[in-house]
Design a protein around this ligand. Structure first.
Ligand SMILES: [Fe+2]
Ligand SMILES: [Fe+2]
Length: 161
């Protein structure tokens, strides 16, 4: 089996190994982003390391499953603390997840070639969505959580609500 290796993908691989997601200040989300980035690196390593297609697709499927969990977590927080931003953010998640799913299905069909659309989606996720969209909207969430904690700390327990 021959796997094509465009040079730009090889350089993406080395860049991905060293890349860390920008921090949002929300521990749960930051940890999930780290896991996602690590899974993306593992997927790239499996693909460019000539792992068997079944192993590569296993990595891609795990990434897909984890992305679903992460998006659900993030959307729950946005709904609670930054509701006006939810609709747009959810639409972006749906577009990303569809891109990954379509690429996994295409990969399964072809058997030995990973579609460039998968890496386009992963790059979009790594470099743009997490480091820009998420950082921006999750700042509202972070402030909302902080204000809620402050309110709890300073509230008078005897005051009627
Ligand atoms: Fe995220
Ligand atoms: Fe997001």
């Amino acid at each position: 089996m021959t796997v094509s290796r465009p040079p730009e993908w090889s350089s993406d691989l080395s860049r991905a190994v060293h890349q860390e997601p920008h921090l949002t200040g929300i521990d749960l989300i930051d940890e999930q982003h780290r896991v996602l980035f690590r899974m993306i690196v593992e997927l790239r390593e499996a693909h460019f390391g000539d792992e068997r297609p079944v192993i590569v697709i296993e990595h891609a499927s795990q990434l897909y499953q984890y992305a679903l969990v992460h998006f659900e977590t993030e959307e729950g927080l946005i709904e609670s603390y930054a509701e006006p931003f939810l609709e747009d953010h959810r639409a972006t998640h749906q577009r990303l997840i569809k891109g990954i799913r379509d690429a996994v299905l295409e990969y399964k069909r072809s058997g030995n070639t990973i579609p460039s659309s998968l890496f386009d989606r992963l790059d979009e996720y790594c470099t743009h969505h997490v480091n820009n969209d998420d950082v921006e909207v999750l700042e509202h969430v972070r402030v909302g959580i902080r204000n809620e904690r402050l309110e709890l700390l300073t509230s008078d327990p005897d005051r009627p609500r």
